[in-house]
Design a protein around this ligand. Structure first.
Ligand SMILES: C[S@@+](CC[C@H](N)C(=O)[O-])C[C@H]1O[C@@H](n2cnc3c(N)ncnc32)[C@H](O)[C@@H]1O
Length: 231
C-alpha cells in the first residue's frame, strides 16, 4: 500500500516510499495530468488519422488513461498501450480515486483497464481500446508491438503519441537515458509526439540526439517548463 497525499487542486497522489517520490506533482495531480498529457499531448495538434496509437510509459494510478478516455476525439479510435511493471491492486486503485474532490468522469473504467489479458486490447468504451503490459519499458521493442497488432489484424506503424511519465531522473535515471529513450523512439511513428512533465537538460539533449525537435512549453503549476518532442 502507498501513502495517499492530497495535492493543491483537491486531487490526490500516491507516495512511493522506496524511491521517496510521488506519482504526480503535489501542486495538483489532476491539473498536471490535464496540462502535460491532455492539453500538450492528445490535444496539442490534430492527428490526421482515424486511429491514434498511444503508449504510456508508467501507467501508475491510471489517471492519464482515464483523462484520455474522457477527452477522446469523437471521430477517432484510440488504441492505448500502457506499460506498468508494478500495477496497483484494483481495490487500492479504486480507493485512490474515491478521495478526489472531483474525480475523472469515467473512473469506473479502471477495473477493465487493470484486467491484463496478455497482449490483447479490451474495448473499454466504443472506439477506445486498452492494453496493459506488466513489464518494463526496457524489455519492449517495436517487434513486440508488431506481433501484438498483427495478431489482431490491425495496421500498426508505430505509436503516434507517447506519454512519458516515469519517476523523475534523479530517482530513476535509467528511464531517461539515451538507451531507453532510443528504444522508445524506435517504437514511434513518423510525425509522432512525445510529451513529458520533465524539462531536465540531459533529457532534452538525449531527445535531440535521437532526432526529435524539442520544444519547451510552460509547465503545470509549480513547474516553469515541460517538454514536447516532435519526431
Ligand atoms: C510517475 S509514476 C506514473 C504516474 C501515472 N502515469 C499516473 O497517471 O498515475 C511512474 C510509474 O512508472 C512505473 N515504472 C517504474 N519502472 C518502470 C519501468 N522500468 N518501465 C515502465 N514503467 C516503470 C512506476 O511503477 C510508476 O507507476
Amino acid at each position: 500500500m502507498h501513502q495517499l497525499i492530497k495535492t493543491n487542486d483537491g486531487s490526490f497522489t500516491l507516495y512511493n516510499e522506496v524511491l521517496d517520490e510521488t506519482y504526480h506533482s503535489v501542486n495538483g495531480a489532476l491539473t498536471e495530468s490535464l496540462h502535460v498529457f491532455i492539453k500538450n499531448g492528445l490535444l496539442y495538434r490534430s492527428f490526421e488519422k482515424n486511429e491514434i496509437h498511444i503508449l504510456e510509459v508508467g501507467f501508475g494510478t491510471g489517471l492519464n488513461a482515464l483523462l484520455t478516455l474522457e477527452h477522446k476525439p469523437i471521430n477517432q479510435k484510440i488504441y492505448y498501450t500502457a506499460i506498468e511493471p508494478y500495477p496497483l491492486k484494483l481495490e487500492e486503485n479504486i480507493a485512490y480515486f474515491e478521495h478526489f474532490a472531483k474525480a475523472p468522469k469515467k473512473v469506473s473504467a479502471i477495473a477493465s483497464m487493470l484486467q491484463n489479458d496478455g497482449n490483447g486490447f479490451n474495448e473499454i468504451e466504443s472506439g477506445f481500446y486498452f492494453s496493459l503490459l506488466t513489464q518494463t519499458v526496457q524489455s519492449l521493442s517495436m517487434a513486440d508491438h508488431l506481433l501484438r497488432y498483427s495478431e489482431l489484424d490491425i495496421f500498426f506503424n508505430g505509436f503516434d503519441l507517447v506519454y512519458f511519465d516515469a519517476f523523475a531522473p534523479q530517482k530513476q535515471s535509467e528511464m531517461w537515458n539515451l538507451e531507453t529513450l532510443s528504444s522508445v523512439s524506435e517504437q514511434m511513428s513518423k510525425k509522432s509526439l512525445l510529451t513529458s512533465y520533465c524539462a531536465q537538460g540531459q533529457f532534452k539533449r538525449n531527445l535531440k540526439t535521437l532526432g526529435f525537435n524539442v520544444i519547451g512549453v510552460e509547465g503545470p503549476p509549480g513547474k516553469r517548463e515541460m517538454t514536447i518532442a516532435l519526431f
